[in-house]
Design a protein around this ligand. Structure first.
Ligand code: FAD
Length: 455
């Protein structure tokens, strides 16, 4: 059996980063990819978060349109609010605000780039660092010694490969997670199904018609919130929800967005042509569980690391890949790859930006599932928001009368809004601000702290 220091199963962003760092640390490294190349088999679209440029500046400055022609920054986000009659009843646009701390986060929200560009580029960095990539190879099992410790992997042709450490970077349906005993199966409330359409859109039409508005969220009252992302010459429209949510074929909901008269007009204007229908699984958890054991670590989607609020998953995969490779290098050099030694991996990701994201993981995940992903809530939330945002522009009465009307209308929504605020918003605020707002005295003491300080 051919052996390496470390085997990484999966050549997505997490696996390539782990392979790059492991090779840089001097480990004899191999990473496997079931596709003919990285980026062939997984989600074909993505928005890269600006934390990648903050945390990996040398690497990210090499990502240019020459190596990734599909790149287009998502500068402004359109938020469309849709009522239960499928009418767009309001829109809010947002670009990065003044409190954002660093470039490029000040300039754009996401850098949009097809995965068929991004993943091979990431893999090339790992190969350049000295890692070996074996493609067109599906790993189907872990090899264990007689004490049950993982000592390698096996591919679908029975070929065996040995290593002291195996990293599971094999995405949502991680074989490594299951065969190592770290996870049996996802619970239905931990994993989402995301169908999306990929459209061809002429580059000049996006420039001319969308300008900076290259991201959008469609907040629906008849479908879970849908995202729209523009690339250099294309566009995605998709939506998702947890597996325990769907009561109909998910395509029924996606097609409701496509069939909105507003969306249809936009497609006509853009001359958008459907190119592909895709469907993916995406773990979306309150908190990552069981991410390491003897000789094994799970990174990225395999470990359940996408952000609990919006499921940004590429940055977490890259960060956890780096931490796992660093811990592996230390463990191999110390001659101890046991669970005790690999606990440093969990300590590392908990301290990182990824771990901080999960500080309020259950509350963030919950509010997302109850608001944008729950059309029943959106059914009252959308008209209530629109009363507040749009009602004042109404000329049907003197404005003073309109203000009184609006407050009256909003009061009508309070029987639904107040329980929502108590069950979702207050626990989230309590966790994020580390205050016990469920105790009302604490809340009333906190509100004056928001006022400007006297000089
Ligand atoms: C529709 C959709 C849209 C998304 N949009 C965004 C976004 O805008 N921004 C963002 O940050 N995140 C986004 N995500 C999440 C993001 O795609 C994932 O979190 C990210 O890809 C995780 O990276 P990874 O390296 O852990 O796993 P993956 O990207 O899934 O990579 C796993 C790799 O391993 C290979 N593989 C799997 N099993 C085996 C095996 N047994 N043997 C060999 N190879 C194997 C696969 O072919 C794949 O290349 C989105 C997800 C979906 C589904």
């Amino acid at each position: 059996m051919k052996t390496w220091d470390i085997i990484i199963v999966g050549g997505g962003p997490g696996g390539s980063m782990a392979a790059k760092v492991a090779a840089e640390k001097g480990l004899k490294t191999v990473f496997f990819e079931r596709g003919r190349k990285s980026g062939e088999k997984n989600s074909s679209g993505c928005g890269l978060g600006p934390r990648l440029w903050r945390d990996f500046p040398e690497m990210m400055k090499r990502l240019t349109p020459e190596v990734a022609p599909s790149m287009r920054p998502g500068i402004m986000a359109r938020n469309y609010f849709i009522n239960k009659d499928d009418e767009v009843v309001g829109m809010v646009m947002a670009r990065p605000t003044e409190s954002v701390q660093y470039e490029p986060a000040k300039s754009w929200i996401t850098m949009n780039c097809y995965r068929s560009d991004f993943d091979p580029w990431m893999a090339s960095l790992a190969i350049e660092a000295g890692a070996e990539q074996i493609t067109s190879t599906l790993i189907i099992d872990l090899i264990k010694d007689d004490r049950g410790k993982v000592i390698g992997v096996q591919d679908e042709n029975g070929q065996k490969y040995g290593a002291s450490i195996v990293i599971g970077a094999d995405g949502a349906l991680s074989m490594v997670a299951q065969k190592s005993g770290l996870r049996h199966k996802w619970q239905l409330s931990q994993i989402t199904l995301v169908p999306q359409y990929d459209f061809y859109v002429p580059r000049e039409n996006i420039d001319k018609i969308m300008g900076d508005e290259t991201l959008a969220v469609w907040w629906g009252s008849t479908f879970p919130a849908a995202y729209q992302v523009f690339f250099a010459e294309g566009m995605h429209l998709g939506l998702g929800n947890w597996l325990n949510w769907w009561d109909k074929n998910p395509l029924y909901y996606l097609n409701r967005v496509v069939n909105l008269p507003y969306f249809q007009r936009l497609m006509k204007l853009l001359e958008a042509k459907p190119r592909e229908l895709q469907s993916h699984l995406l773990p979306w958890m309150a908190y990552p569980e069981n991410t390491y054991t003897d000789n094994v670590m799970l990174i990225g989607d395999a470990g359940g690391f996408p952000c609990p609020l919006e499921a940004e998953g590429i940055y977490p995969a890259i960060v956890t890949g780096k931490i796992a490779a660093e811990v592996a290098a230390q463990a191999i050099s110390d001659g101890d790859t046991s669970k005790g030694a690999l606990k440093a991996y969990e300590e590392g990701w908990k301290k990182s930006s990824v771990g901080i994201e999960f500080e309020a993981g259950p509350e963030l995940q919950h509010i997302w599932s109850r608001l944008p992903f729950e059309p029943k809530t959106m059914e009252w939330f959308v008209p209530m928001m629109m009363e507040l945002l749009g009602g004042i522009y109404d000329w049907s009465e003197p404005h003073a009368v309109r203000v009184r009307n609006i407050l009256e209308a909003v009061r009508g929504y309070l029987p639904k809004a107040i329980p929502f605020i108590m069950q979702e918003v207050i626990p989230l605020l309590s966790k994020v601000l580390k205050e016990d707002f469920e105790n009302f005295t604490k809340l009333s003491e906190f509100i004056p702290k928001l006022l400007p300080k006297k000089k």
